[in-house]
Ligand binder design. Structure first.
Ligand SMILES: Nc1ncnc2c1ncn2[C@@H]1O[C@H](COP(=O)(O)OP(=O)(O)OP(=O)(O)O)[C@@H](O)[C@H]1O
Ligand SMILES: [Mg+2]
Length: 485
């Protein structure tokens, strides 16, 4: 602190190095400085000029005339951001400190910018580890996520990519020694979304069974609801689905979707007693899409791959589905994310970033949204930090109507994220972004003009404009430009 204060002492520029050194020495000793004499002489000259009715360099002696030398050029001051933050409180940021993953340069402070959700949570700067990245097409959102993930892995964190519809995280996983699970037409991997996943040591056997049952029930309801474009299930259908799941689990320790479907189509006597013979018919037709048609052979058999908890990174690559219908993509996203979630929501699994690139698809269904909200709420318990990447808040307008609780809930997910990274947004998208992410007018102005690779980071109640610095090697692996060729 003392050194920093000394370094901002004003010493006029000019003269040789030897002269400047001498001036600094005399200044430190409290002696009057040579330039003071020069200034005095200047004042004398101006006074006599005034007497002669000439204004000279000092201007008019009239009141309010801002009298002073016209060419005052103070030498630039240089000091640490810590000193400036103390000298200009509320104007200058002192930074978040050096701990965490290097992201790039704090544009205003000119220092390095590092970030780690767990460290900042421990320091009390943020109250939750969830991160939202938002920005228009091609502004560098994924690049920011990829550099955060890849560099965090070198510091001992892990990552899982739950949604990668473009398959662009595959190269990142390969670069850091991670594993990729590719599902889709022509791919050999089968993923059973009803897998129980590893048991958390924090839960008793009974608690764990309840968690698994709940997760499976949720997925089935979400799949049916996705097929019906969000139309909810009737109470009878809920019961029919529940009964089919219970009967399947009673018969098989490793239940699959076709088994549940089979129980829906051929209900037991007990189920018929509860919901009638046709109670589960409509549900079974909705669920059928996951085991036949465009998703056939992907999520309808016991898993042929397993989640490697030791691998630094796991990617669920669904890029082979590119060109499939929106519904098929949403169903695949729901199945893939549920399977991965079962594996990562384990407090013994270490600290892990869970990425949802193009994540709005996950928010479009009320059940998936509820699932995701729950995961965000429980993130601290499981040691995970969710990273949701999306284009604009207006994407959420596709969800329900403006008064629907669903859209409000999706917006709440963004608002609740304590780290919001905003890349360039178009002017017409700014109003919603401003409201949802709590930006100031000045921040909005910056956001509209941000160049590629530069984002506004709102971390807790602090703000930074950060240029994400990437090396040539990282650019080669993380870049997506070749898709335009
Ligand atoms: N920090 C950066 N430094 C240098 N180049 C960058 C940076 N960020 C992005 N780019 C360039 O911009 C391209 C697009 O970046 P990226 O894929 O991250 O955009 P995006 O916002 O995720 O786009 P989309 O909306 O299509 O997913 C990259 O391939 C890279 O060439
Ligand atoms: Mg992207």
């Amino acid at each position: 602190m003392t050194r920093a204060t000394e370094s901002v002492q004003f010493v006029p520029a000019g003269g040789s190095r030897q002269e400047r050194k001498e001036r600094r020495r005399r200044s430190a000793a409290g002696a009057s400085q040579p330039w003071e004499g020069a200034l005095h002489a200047l004042g004398e000259r101006a006074a006599s000029a005034f007497d002669r009715n000439e204004l000279g360099d000092w201007g008019s002696r009239e009141p309010n005339s801002l009298r002073g030398p016209h060419r005052l050029r103070p030498a630039p001051h240089r000091a640490s951001t810590m000193t400036f933050a103390a000298a200009y409180p509320f104007i200058t940021e002192s930074g978040l400190g050096h701990e965490g993953t290097y992201i790039g340069t704090d544009v205003f402070g000119a220092g390095a910018f590092a970030y780690d959700p767990w460290i900042l949570y421990d320091k009390g700067i943020i109250s939750g580890p969830s991160i939202v990245v938002i920005g228009t097409v091609g502004t560098g959102k994924s690049m920011c996520g990829k550099s955060l993930v890849a560099r965090s892995i070198t510091l001992g964190r892990k990552a899982a990519v739950a949604s990668d519809p473009k398959g662009e995280w595959v190269a990142v996983a390969n670069a850091v020694g991670g594993k990729v699970i590719s599902v889709g037409p022509g791919r050999s991997a089968r993923v059973n979304p009803l897998d129980a996943g590893p048991r958390s040591s924090a839960l008793s056997e009974a608690q764990w069974q309840a968690v698994v049952r709940q997760r499976r029930r949720y997925l089935l309801v979400a799949l049916v609801s996705l097929m019906r474009q969000g139309m909810p299930l009737s109470p009878v259908e809920h019961t029919a689905l529940d009964m089919a799941l219970m009967e399947t689990v009673a018969e098989n320790s490793n239940p699959t979707l076709p088994m549940v479907l089979d129980h829906l189509l051929n209900p037991s006597r007990e189920t018929v007693g509860l919901v009638g013979k046709d109670g589960g018919q409509a549900v079974s037709h909705s669920l059928r899409r996951t085991v036949s048609g465009d998703l056939e052979g992907m999520f309808d058999a016991p898993s042929t791959v397993s989640f490697d908890a030791e691998a630094p990174m796991m990617v669920m690559d669904t890029s082979a589905l590119i060109g499939a219908s929106e519904q098929a993509l949403s169903l695949a996203a729901a199945c893939g994310a549920t399977w991965l979630e079962a594996a990562v929501t384990n407090p013994d699994g270490g600290k892990r970033l869970v990425v949802y690139d193009e994540g709005w698809r996950m928010l479009a269904d009320p059940y998936m949204l509820a699932k995701m909200s729950e995961q965000w709420r429980l993130a601290r318990t499981y040691g995970i930090a969710n990273l949701l990447i999306m284009h604009k808040v207006a994407d959420l307008n596709e969800i329900g109507d403006s008064t629907s609780g669903h859209r409000q809930k999706a917006l709440g997910l963004l608002t609740e994220a304590d780290t919001r990274i905003i890349y360039r947004q178009k002017h017409d998208a700014m109003r919603l972004t401003k409201e949802a992410l709590g930006l100031t007018e000045a921040e909005c102005e910056h956001v509209e003009n941000l160049p590629k690779g530069v984002g506004l980071w709102k971390v807790g109640n602090r703000s930074f404009i950060v240029a994400n610095r990437v090396t040539t090697d990282e650019l080669a692996v993380f870049g997506t430009d070749d898709r335009m060729i």
